[in-house]
Design a protein around this ligand. Sequence first.
Ligand code: F6P
Length: 553
Amino acid sequence: MEEKKEKRKGKVRDINAVWKLLEEHYKEMKKTTLCELFSLDPQRGKKMSIEDVGIYFDYSKHIVTEETLNLLLLLAKKSDLQNNIEAMFQGQKINFTENRPALHTALRTPKEESILVEGENIIKKVQRELSKMENFARLIQSGEKRGYTGKPIKNIVNIGIGGSSLGPEMAYQALRFYSTPDIHFYFLSNIDSTDFYQNVSLLNPEETLFIISSKTFTTIETMTNALTARNWLLAHLKDEQAIEKHFVAVSTNSAKVEKFGITSENTFLFWDWVGGRYSLCSTIGLSLMLSIGPENFSALLNGFREIDRHFRYTPLKRNIPVLMALLGIWYNNFFGAETVAILPYEEYLKLFPTYIQQLAMESNGKSVNRYGEKTSYKTSPIYWGEVGTKGQHSFYQLIHQGTRLIPCDFIAFFQPLHKIGNHHQLLISNLFAQAEALAFGKDKEKLEEEGIKKELIPYLVHEGNRPSSMILMNKLTPENLGKLIALYEHIVFTQSIIWDINPFDQWGVELGKILASKIAKEMENPYQVKLCHDSSTNHLIKKYWDVNNKRKK
Ligand code: F6P
């Protein structure tokens, strides 16, 4: 015990010392500009880039020097990053508040390897479910598996929320180019009846398959939508026997699934050591596999696996997710940046920023460290974004000339999926132009040279010095999408280690859930129960009831 305490004290002392060095270094760096850094070294653009695992990563447009990077890497070392990475891959119980491993990486581990959890080789279980998904996908795609009245399945509705929806929906959108044209896919998430109305009510029930995706099989949004879907189907098909032809489940909770009336044959399992927002590679990816087919799904897993290997085995200073994570720490904790913009120059990636939002913010939106103490530093920034060039014509103004520092992650592909005219070249020239404009801006002297009217000059000055990363890959393929997602998973993990927090729990969403179910009961008739909320909430509950029940005051 004493020894452990002493070890911790030593670690904290070392980390604080590096943190102090970084603070001192920041005072110098904030006086520097990207223009100066680039003029000091004409080779900077080339030197500060890495080409590995099919990713070209240019980090030269960051306000950093070799010294900055060395200090950040020292911070990672003192935080014991490499041992923590090993602990994750080996299945140690790194999710310490829930006392379990976080083994999403096992979902893409080759079948010959083994990882033991409680003495059992989980890779066998993973492969078994994967084969079950593949068989099912082939039967649906070939039309062998049909609906209750014998019609082929033409609509697939994934019912789920958060990690049980955002991953499959984002990846489905991202890989639509590879999707079967014969089946339409829908993602029903919101408890708002509009979502059900828009996604389901106009479909033909005879041709519709529902996938109820829920790790816990208790989430109110998902269970409410699932029951409504069940009633909707029965209202049309009028036979309980139809359920097994039109409903399958993806869950860790087989008991609850069975209670809902779904057989084990129609249940695809995953396990509590897979976090919701890390579950796309598990059976949660069933809707995606049905859309892109087992081969493409397998290519996606390959992409994940390549980045897993890169993250695990590449020295920290050439390790792309580690460098991206450390650059994020630099702006978040030293420059005081509040947000990160995710800016894919690829229309198919339009849901990618939303997906990263959950991945990063539900993981690292914490303020208590592993010892139960309040952190004295900021943790996760806010993630947001939009595809280029649409963002350029809406919010980029603020990134260029606003009062906030917003580091940007630009993501793009050298080749388009649809070769139409010179669209792709124009798209990518816009991307390169944005990164250049943000970094180097346009100063007063240049504007004067151009003969701009004196009184307009202050408005036209672009200060520059706004940092960005450039992530380029060859083409948007299933494999490259896998790489991109795994890249961000490991960025989030690396940052959690530096911030010393648990990225695998999400207690922050529990309180709202508990209160919502209490309020839902009270709303049945708030005048018959004693409302014990604050006066605002009490009044809102009554107001809602009054309006819906036309209560006269
Ligand atoms: O919002 C909290 C959360 O637990 C997410 O982490 C999760 O992805 C989502 O709800 C859905 O949970 P489930 O898959 O259990 O329905």
